[in-house]
Design a protein around this ligand. Sequence first.
Ligand code: MLT
Length: 263
Amino acid sequence: MHFQISDIVMEVEIHALGTPLVLLHGFPMNHTLWEPVVPHLFPGIQAILPDLRGQGKTSTPAGTYSMERMAHDMVELLDALKIDTAVVAGHSMGGYVALRFAHDHPDRLAGLGLVATQAQPDSPERKHNRVEIADRVLKEGVQSLADSMAPNLTVKPEWVEPLRKMILATSPIGAAGAQRGMANREDARSWLPDLKVPVTILAPTADTVISPARSVEMQNLIPGSELVQVPGAGHCPMLEYPGIVGEALVRLVQRAEKFSAVA
Ligand code: MLT
């Protein structure tokens, strides 16, 4: 399905009916990253899998994709779907967007899932590196990004090639826009103590892209949050251990349902 969302046409896969759960993918990937988890969410959950701005089959406008802009895209998607509040779970860059959504649009949030992500902003070196990558992909395409990133995104060799293909399908303009947006993202740590909804943090213990220690730091700052370690998983636990990720998300949705019933 696709929806006109301000200046873009957004590609969205929607499964089943029930409590809305929006699943945001990481960089430079697309919604198919979450597909292995979907069968573990039925029944009672409506899984909504968008391709974020510039990624997958969603339009790729030129420019910088701020986390704020991408969070606002999600509000417009909820409006288009006539959904008042949703549980939002984000993986890695999708987690940066989910945190921004929680900060900017708390009235639209029923629960928050943070998967292999972090609240910290980039170091000056990392920012610089992202700008270099953005410039390079615009000149040379995404091949080198695919070759360098794919092996680090998983500990399971069988997932390297599908991830490489997913990155190769990303538009250079989209990859550059997201890199620039991530480089400019704000420090989200001060927002965490104010989160009012149920929160689940998923920490793959063998993640070499974002340290699982970042998940523990977020849990310490979010009152009542649940930390789920995924033993031996790399940066993409939804591919490697979809059952564990699905089970944790189902529990999050159930907590969110109870919370909205009493709120
Ligand atoms: C991701 O998986 O979304 C990215 O690697 C996150 C990042 O570059 O910070």
